[in-house]
Design a binder for this molecule. Structure first.
Ligand SMILES: CC(C)(COP(=O)(O)OP(=O)(O)OC[C@H]1O[C@@H](n2cnc3c(N)ncnc32)[C@H](O)[C@@H]1OP(=O)(O)O)[C@@H](O)C(=O)NCCC(=O)NCCS
Length: 162
């Protein structure tokens, strides 16, 4: 993993930086695989700081990769039913193992919770990453956001209880 990055649980002060991180990740990383219009409508859906903080009210677990200054460089969450909602790395750390570190923390908790299955709607950009992690594609999802056609991939991984 990138040197000097650790994964810890979400703290309230992370909300603002995570909103910025997610928008940057969409605009600078996912933009390799999506059109300008798709990136625009996707980035517009990133929650406000207040909403980002409130997401935890449903009991989801949130994992934040931080640098030495405790600044977030990656973010993932795990809902209690095994759904992964958010999975984003800052553009400057993409490809350095931060995503893998986030996933390892997430899967460890999932196993401890007794979850049998993880599932995610992975972006085109994240699809190879999730395949590498042992997920398989269930189906392609084609939908619209603000009348802009876009797609992602429903993917699933069965967890073994070992
Ligand atoms: C998907 C994402 C979180 C992956 O994070 P990351 O930090 O780049 O992932 P890692 O560096 O830990 O990669 C782990 C392994 O996954 C594989 N992998 C990751 N991205 C890959 C890609 N685009 N193509 C092929 N393999 C890839 C690599 O094999 C890598 O292992 P290696 O370093 O030994 O080669 C990151 O690319 C991202 O933030 N993307 C934009 C936002 C997005 O689309 N989020 C998904 C919403 S569902």
């Amino acid at each position: 993993m990138a040197a000097d990055v650790i994964v810890r649980k979400y703290r309230q002060k992370d909300a603002g930086p995570l909103c910025v991180l997610v928008v940057r990740s969409v605009k600078q990383v996912a933009s390799y695989d999506y059109s300008a219009d798709q990136v625009r409508v996707w980035a517009d859906r990133v929650p406000s700081r207040e909403r980002m903080d409130d997401l935890g009210l449903d009991g989801r677990l949130r994992f934040v990769a931080v640098d030495l200054m405790d600044e977030p460089v990656g973010f993932a969450d795990l809902e209690r039913n095994g759904h992964i909602g958010y999975f984003y790395c800052a553009p400057e750390v993409v490809g350095t193992g931060v995503g893998r570190a986030l996933y390892e923390a997430l899967e460890k908790e999932a196993v401890e919770l007794g979850l049998k299955r993880l599932f995610v709607e992975a972006s085109e950009t994240a699809k190879p990453f999730f395949i590498w992690l042992g997920f398989s594609v269930d189906h392609k999802r084609e939908f619209e956001i603000e009348r802009v056609p876009i797609h992602n991939w429903a993917m699933v991984k069965l967890l073994s209880a070992s």
